[in-house]
Design a protein around this ligand. Structure first.
Ligand code: SAM
Length: 240
């Protein structure tokens, strides 16, 4: 059985005793049926990954004793996903996959054709924690509150946006990403109904936006996120 990994929002240092409660304690004690002496890996997004041992299991929760650091803190490349939310399952899926694919920031944007019900960022945050634990990341993506597309672009930090434009006549993503330097990057994907012509015109007029194609077929939004991030990590990011 793989050694369980937990994200704990607490400082990690030799000899520290950490209290684990609620769902995480239940996972260790009830689901995995671990007892005193069992090994657990913990990370907090800042201090790398640490080996810990269960020192006690009680009704109140589980206590861990930190032993030593197993991996120093490293961050994935500075890649942001700017995405129009889609129906709940699709958004849950794309958030989980974007976490596995190493994005650092998840920025939901509301576009004219976005018809997703309210974006539950608390729900998305618990999805990224679970995905980060499973994918052995040492950090958690930052899940931001949704913004209107125009508002997100207004205060833009200037990083290059690779705009997944399904309207065609854009250069292939791999060709564009392969020649970019390692400056911060963003991928932008639209909702089920795509971007409307006015949004497309606005985006294509911005100097920091590069339209890119994900091939000759129209992909579902969540597929576009997964495929787009995979191509970016393989050509620009940390897969090489
Ligand atoms: N407007 C599309 C249509 O004609 O049905 C639907 C949009 S598609 C379901 C959702 C999003 O995925 C698009 O807004 C775009 O960001 C991205 N996407 C899908 N296929 C793509 C492609 N072949 N090239 C670039 N982006 C694509």
């Amino acid at each position: 059985m793989a050694i369980p990994r937990l994200f704990l929002d607490a400082p990690l240092a030799p000899g520290a005793a950490l209290a684990v409660a609620d769902a995480q304690a239940r996972y260790l004690a009830t689901v995995l049926r671990l007892g005193a002496g069992a090994e657990v890996r913990v990370f907090n997004g800042v201090d790398g990954e640490w080996r810990a041992e269960i020192s006690s299991v009680t009704k109140k929760g589980v206590t861990l004793a930190l032993v030593d650091q197993t991996r120093p803190q490293i961050s994935p490349p500075d890649l942001m996903l700017v995405f129009a939310p889609v129906k709940r399952h699709g958004t849950d899926l794309l958030v989980e996959k974007a976490t596995e694919l190493g994005v650092r920031v998840l920025q939901p944007v509301i576009t004219r054709r976005t018809n997703a019900e309210r974006v539950r960022t608390d729900r998305l945050r618990s999805i990224v924690i679970e995905a980060a634990e499973q994918t052995e990341r040492l950090d958690l993506p930052d899940v931001r509150e949704p913004l209107a597309l125009a508002r997100a672009l207004d205060g833009w930090d200037g990083r290059r946006i690779l705009f997944a434009d399904e309207a065609g006549d854009a250069r292939p993503l791999a060709e564009v990403a392969r020649v970019l330097d390692d400056a911060p990057l963003a991928l932008l994907t639209g909702p089920e109904g795509g971007f409307d012509p006015e949004e497309r015109r606005l985006l294509r007029a911005l100097p920091f936006v590069t339209p890119v194609s994900l091939g000759p077929r129209i992909l579902r939004a969540e597929t576009a996120v997964i495929a787009g991030l995979a191509v970016i990590q393989a050509t620009w990011g940390d897969w090489s």
